[in-house]
Design a protein around this ligand. Sequence first.
Ligand SMILES: NC(=O)C1=CN([C@@H]2O[C@H](COP(=O)(O)OP(=O)(O)OC[C@H]3O[C@@H](n4cnc5c(N)ncnc54)[C@H](O)[C@@H]3O)[C@@H](O)[C@H]2O)C=CC1
Ligand SMILES: CC(C)CC(=O)C(=O)O
Ligand SMILES: [Mg+2]
Length: 356
Amino acid sequence: MPNIVVLPGDGIGPEIVDEAIKVLKAADAKFGLDLNYEQDLLGGAAIDAHGVPLADSTLDKCRKADAILMGSVGGPKWDAIEAAKRPEKGLLKLRYELGLYANLRPAILYPQLADASSLKPEIVAGLDILIVRELTGGIYFGEPRGIRVLENGEKQGFNTYVYAEHEIERIARTAFEMAQKRGKKVCSVDKANVLEATVLWREVMERIAPEYPDVELSHMYVDNAAMQLVRAPKQFDVVVTGNMFGDILSDTAAMLTGSIGMLPSASLNQSGAGLYEPVHGSAPDIAGQGIANPLATILSASMMLRYSLNQSAAADAIEAAVGKVLDKGLRTADIYTEGFEKVSCQAMGDAVVAAL
Ligand SMILES: NC(=O)C1=CN([C@@H]2O[C@H](COP(=O)(O)OP(=O)(O)OC[C@H]3O[C@@H](n4cnc5c(N)ncnc54)[C@H](O)[C@@H]3O)[C@@H](O)[C@H]2O)C=CC1
Ligand SMILES: CC(C)CC(=O)C(=O)O
Ligand SMILES: [Mg+2]
């Protein structure tokens, strides 16, 4: 019986995770998945209960799990806490401790949402990009880091952008392997005109590329990539990049698909167990109102079935059910455009269950 650790987190986290679990239970009834769920705390909720954003006991459960389904962490309630102890650090620690270096962030435009995209329909029609973000290295984890006092009494904040060859090699392989199953193009995004760490990044990408002769490798500076994503996004197939650039570019890509409420993600390690979470955060501005879009989390649950639990038929069925619900004209507020039916978070989850 596969064991799923469920970490709803903060803000809209509990609302959207409830809907994803509902959909998983419906998929279980239909496909006999026999999933077992174990709920625990992460982020601000864990700080409130245990004083730390990720308790050792929670980390232990996650290590033993077949997969983890997460909502989102953070919020203004904990913003005054010093940076090293904030809710977000619990999530970063979880990713790091489980070695979840490969973060897959598909940005797919459902054709029904062409009107909700920030771009003109003709620019985004058929959009299907996969952002492969390195998740356990780079500037989010580099040492030294902190805030120090200089001799003149002024404070200085500092972080370190660092990548070792093995970290670049393994994420390169993930990107090339993914591209082999898709459009056979990898665009590696860096800032090699300025940052030495990304000069090495580019060198390693070039070194690994010949192992995948059927895949075309190109390089792009991150500033241009941000521009190209909103100018002509369909030029991209797989985009591989470091932790911070991937974080930023995936939020940009989200708006091409209509809303960040539509973007799921999978974070994988070498062993196949994974962490599944929407790309968005805890959305404190709409938390508790029942209006969040649960589809990113529902689609993350579908990625969990596909990547960690070997249940691709159930994953396909959930994705098809999401398509059917959009066909019916149901829209949460973030993807609502005139002429459609505006529904709550819960109604959207119920509709996906019904469509399943
Ligand atoms: N993986 C995680 O747990 C992440 C956590 N965060 C944390 O979340 C908190 C809020 O961060 P923000 O910068 O505001 O980013 P955010 O992604 O939470 O929200 C940005 C905007 O998108 C909207 N939005 C996000 N998800 C939505 C959904 N499912 N349905 C409808 N609208 C949605 C929000 O209402 C807001 O207007 C912060 O504490 C941040 O550190 C941010 C990103 C990821
Ligand atoms: C805590 C943040 C690094 C989370 C985030 O923004 C993300 O993973 O997209
Ligand atoms: Mg982010």
